[in-house]
Design a protein around this ligand. Structure first.
Ligand code: E4P
Length: 222
């Protein structure tokens, strides 16, 4: 079954969607933390881990391989569900970091990926999760839907373990087509998730049924 992660670090938002019973994990990044204002970074990660019993991706911020590995090891020591997010740098640095963290038994999410080649390399380096940025990939001239189909197919054929997360979601339609293309996981901003149950025809049908029920009750009273 497709999994849904929340693309947020907001505790009230996470609580809201946990109540819906549809949250399998959480992804964060530097921009998401910026939008949370001056919160304590580590404490917020731990608070999220308390709310969701699933993978919680936390992104590395350093520059060199040793610093990125050390930062990843530090994050992983905070909580068993922390997944270390590492960017796909053009010089292969991130792949080395993922490979080293994987050897140390640490779960990773290789991120900011736009192309099929990047996804395959990340999976080969041992990434637990490989993140395709749906809309940014489209802006880069790629065909993210085809990339999703191709990655899911090669992962199945050769037993690649990296689970495909599709992020950079901007509309409910992005979610629907990515799921239909076979994405293992969607990470969805709460604004988009809130729109997903909405359908004008459902609202009209509920109103029609409510009216029928009132009419039915009125007959019984006569
Ligand atoms: C998730 O892991 C990504 O960080 C996120 O979906 C990026 O989304 P954006 O393109 O809206 O910044």
């Amino acid at each position: 079954m497709v999994q849904i992660f929340l693309d947020t670090a907001s505790l009230p938002e996470i609580e809201e969607f946990v109540r819906w019973g549809i949250v399998d994990g959480v992804t964060t990044n530097q921009k998401i933390f910026l939008s949370e204002g001056g919160v304590d970074f580590k404490q917020r990660v731990l608070d999220i881990c308390d709310l969701v019993n699933g993978p919680i991706s936390v992104e590395t911020t350093k520059s060199t391989v040793p610093d990125l590995v050390a930062e990843g090891k530090d994050y992983a020591s905070w909580h068993k569900n922390v997944v270390v997010k590492v960017a796909m740098y053009g010089d292969g640095r991130g792949l080395e970091v993922v490979s080293r963290l994987t050897s140390a038994g640490i779960k990773t999410n290789m991120t900011v990926m736009m192309s099929y080649n990047q996804l395959v390399l990340a999976a080969k380096a041992g990434a637990t999760y490989v993140s395709l940025f749906y809309n940014r990939s489209k802006e880069a001239g790629e065909n993210p839907l085809q990339i999703i189909k191709d990655y899911v197919a090669i992962a199945k054929e050769f037993g690649l373990k990296g689970r495909l997360i599709v992020g950079s979601i901007r509309t409910p339609e992005d979610v629907a087509v990515s799921m239909a293309a076979g994405a293992h996981i969607l990470t969805v901003p709460t604004k988009i998730l809130r729109q997903m149950p909405q359908n004008k025809r459902s609202d009209e049908t509920i109103a029609e049924f409510d009216k029928a029920w009132q009419d039915f009750l009125a007959i019984k009273k006569q």
